[in-house]
Design a protein around this ligand. Structure first.
Ligand code: SF4
Length: 640
């Protein structure tokens, strides 16, 4: 059946909204395929504004990969701002894709990539605008199957009632596998309707279908059990791990935005996974083990990506880019190749060591030496032992001295506040550290205009990390510590003016905490907040803590649990966690022991250069920590 574009209805409204260009599509790299020639049609959503969503690598990779397949079509959709939402409701226009402005409701699948939980209310807006029932249970055979992916999908329970399915881990292989299941089921005439399709998807254990699992609760509010309610549905669902990144060299044709976006560069992921073992870092834990892309593939991808996009900046992405076993050669090779051109290279790395500065020097041959970011994360050595961020103060000072003496004028330091076991002193020590940094910078450069920016984020305990059992620090505690830190910095006459302090208040972290470690009951809260006008919760100008507090109280009035229960409460070892049936490959006992090590301030090294610590990932995934192309185990890099 032909599906008409909504553009004719949309276009007259665009003059009345902010940044209308974000809704028109037609970017370089965009693809519009013949609707009727496709057997399987995906709408891919990043549930935030276009300017944040367009550069998202996950969506770009799947978009390109799916559109390469015969008989498969993929289009993108983003969250519309409230000004357009109002007009769309007024004029009866549904959620649309930006590629061909087709109604999202007409697609077979709606894949939503959640990088953060604060996009959950935007999912509800999109479903509602699309004319889909909010609850998966109310959807019929003609509605798209709504599937979540991205890091937040490792605990999709708070949005479980709104999702038909969720997928954990790398998307490249599973998105094609899902496509084939849908294609086959449609070719057979859709036997058994939606239920049968979901059953087929769930049967292999690679797709989580929440409605096939019943959750029961104990009188005290904790979960009693999560059990499958259908034969053929496995008790646990596993994550997906692509082992050979060279086989998936995407994106090849990066999307070049027409409107301004948060990143405008060609990004190449140089490896996936991280085994440094920072205990707060969910991304590091859930993406284990390390898998490198080869230097040849990286070089080829950069050449092709730059040629196809015209971008003048190339970003070498990963969780800790300086850890690639051949990063020295990669940096030098790319710097040589692009020397004298207008292409600049960047390494968004936050590892604290002099080698990182050497790399940054190499990569900035073409550009300005403006700012370098390092992330000690904790203010004291004690705090850094707790979080397993092995950086000594002397290392940091040595590193920043190297940076300042090689011409960098701005050093940015990233910390977290509200970490487990943290005291006021751990946070106040950040000021002392920043002072030492300025002092070292003035000495190393012989200049007085040295600046150091201290950026502080609120810590939120995340599922599948050793801190999943920790009590989150309340926002009053975090705010009070940050206030004291600000006073300490401001009152310093010698250094205070050279230190820039950036932080956010603690309240949004409480909501992130609720949504990160919540269970299915939190879905009612999300809905209550959304009905009360909650949108774009990741944006300060839209976020309302009071709305979330009121929504939580209303939605959980009959439950023995509340906001504090989900956030500031420490969990016992035996408590069934909402995501225990979702297998990230990490051994639960290993995580618990690592949590105890954190409390005992015991550090753990990176398993790339020590014996395996049995975190469980490699054997349970049937994978192994990847060796470098030289055939040797990855080795720690030293100062060049
Ligand atoms: S199983 Fe061993 S080698 Fe593999 S990621 Fe875990 S600790 Fe490292």
């Amino acid at each position: 059946m032909p599906v008409d574009s909504l553009f004719d209805q949309l276009e007259p409204l665009l003059a009345r909204v902010a940044k209308p260009i974000q809704y028109v599509g037609g970017e370089l790299g965009a693809t519009v395929k013949d609707w009727d020639a496709a057997q399987v049609r995906w709408a891919l959503m990043y549930p935030d504004a276009y300017e944040v969503g367009l550069p998202n690598q996950g969506v770009q990779i799947l978009y390109e990969l799916l559109n390469e397949q015969d008989g498969v079509l993929a289009e993108r959709t983003y969250a519309v701002w409230p000004d357009l939402e109002r007009l769309m409701r007024e004029h009866g226009i549904g959620q649309f894709t930006v590629d061909a402005h087709r109604p999202v409701a007409a697609f077979d699948l709606l894949g939503v990539s959640f990088a953060t939980e604060l996009g959950y209310t935007n999912l509800l807006t999109a479903l509602d605008l699309a004319g889909l029932p909010l609850l998966a249970a109310d959807r019929g055979d003609d509605h798209p199957v709504v599937i979540a992916g991205g890091h937040s999908a490792f605990n999709p329970e708070p949005v479980a009632d709104f999702l038909d399915a969720a997928v954990l881990g790398d998307g490249e292989e599973i998105v094609l596998a899902i496509t084939e299941v849908v294609r086959e089921w449609k070719a057979e005439g859709c036997p058994g309707g939606r239920d049968e399709l979901l059953l087929r998807l769930a049967a292999g254990g690679g797709v989580y279908v929440p409605k096939f699992y019943d959750v029961s609760y104990r009188p005290d509010g904790a979960i009693a059990a999560v059990v499958p309610n259908r034969p053929g549905v496995p008790a646990t669902v596993r994550k997906h791990t692509v082992m050979d990144l060279d086989q998936w060299p995407y994106p090849r044709k990066p999307l070049v935005p027409l409107a301004e976006t948060v990143h405008e560069r060609y990004s190449v992921e140089i490896f996936r996974g991280c085994t440094r073992g920072c205990r707060f870092c969910q991304a590091g834990m859930i993406t284990r083990p390390v898998r490198e892309r080869s230097i040849e593939t990286i070089g080829a991808m950069v050449a092709e990506g730059v040629k196809n996009s015209g971008f003048t900046e190339v970003g070498l992405l990963s969780l800790s880019s300086a850890d690639h076993s051949e990063i020295g050669e990669i940096a030098k090779g790319l710097a040589d190749q692009y020397e004298g051109t207008n292409t600049s290279l960047s390494l968004p790395s936050t590892r604290v060591d002099a080698f990182n500065v050497t790399l940054a020097d190499e990569l900035s041959r073409n550009g300005r030496r403006s700012g370098l970011t390092f992330a000690p994360e904790g203010g004291t050595e004690r705090m850094r032992r707790v979080i397993n961020k092995m950086v000594s103060e002397d290392d940091l000072i040595r590193t920043v001295s190297t940076a300042y003496s090689s011409g960098w004028r701005q050093v940015k330091l990233y910390f977290m506040c509200g970490l487990p076991t943290e005291t006021d002193d751990d946070v106040l020590a950040i000021a002392d550290l920043a002072k030492r940094v300025i002092e070292a910078g003035r000495k190393a450069s012989g200049r007085g205009d040295i600046r150091c920016t201290v950026s502080i984020g609120g810590f939120v305990p995340k599922p599948h990390t050793p801190f999943q059992w920790a009590g989150q620090a309340g926002h009053e505690v975090v705010d009070a510590r940050l206030r004291k830190l600000r006073e300490k910095v401001k009152s310093d006459r010698t250094y205070g003016k050279s230190i820039g302090l950036r932080y956010h208040e603690g309240k949004p972290s409480m909501v992130e905490g609720l949504l990160s470690r919540g269970d299915r009951r939190v879905g009612r809260v999300i809905r209550a907040v959304w009905e009360d006008g909650g949108r774009f919760d990741g944006w300060g100008e839209y976020f309302s803590y009071d709305r979330w507090v009121a929504g939580t109280e209303r939605a959980l009035a009959d439950e023995p649990v509340d906001l504090a229960w989900y956030t500031t409460r420490e969990r016992d070892r035996d408590e069934v966690l909402p995501w225990d049936h979702l297998d990230s490959g990490l051994d639960r006992d290993w995580l618990w022991d690592d949590w105890q090590d954190a409390l005992d301030e015991v550090e753990l090294d990176d398993c790339r250069w020590t014996p395996c610590f049995d975190c469980g990932v490699c054997p349970s995934m049937g994978t192994e920590i990847q060796t470098g192309p030289t055939g040797r185990k990855l080795l720690p890099l030293t100062v060049a």
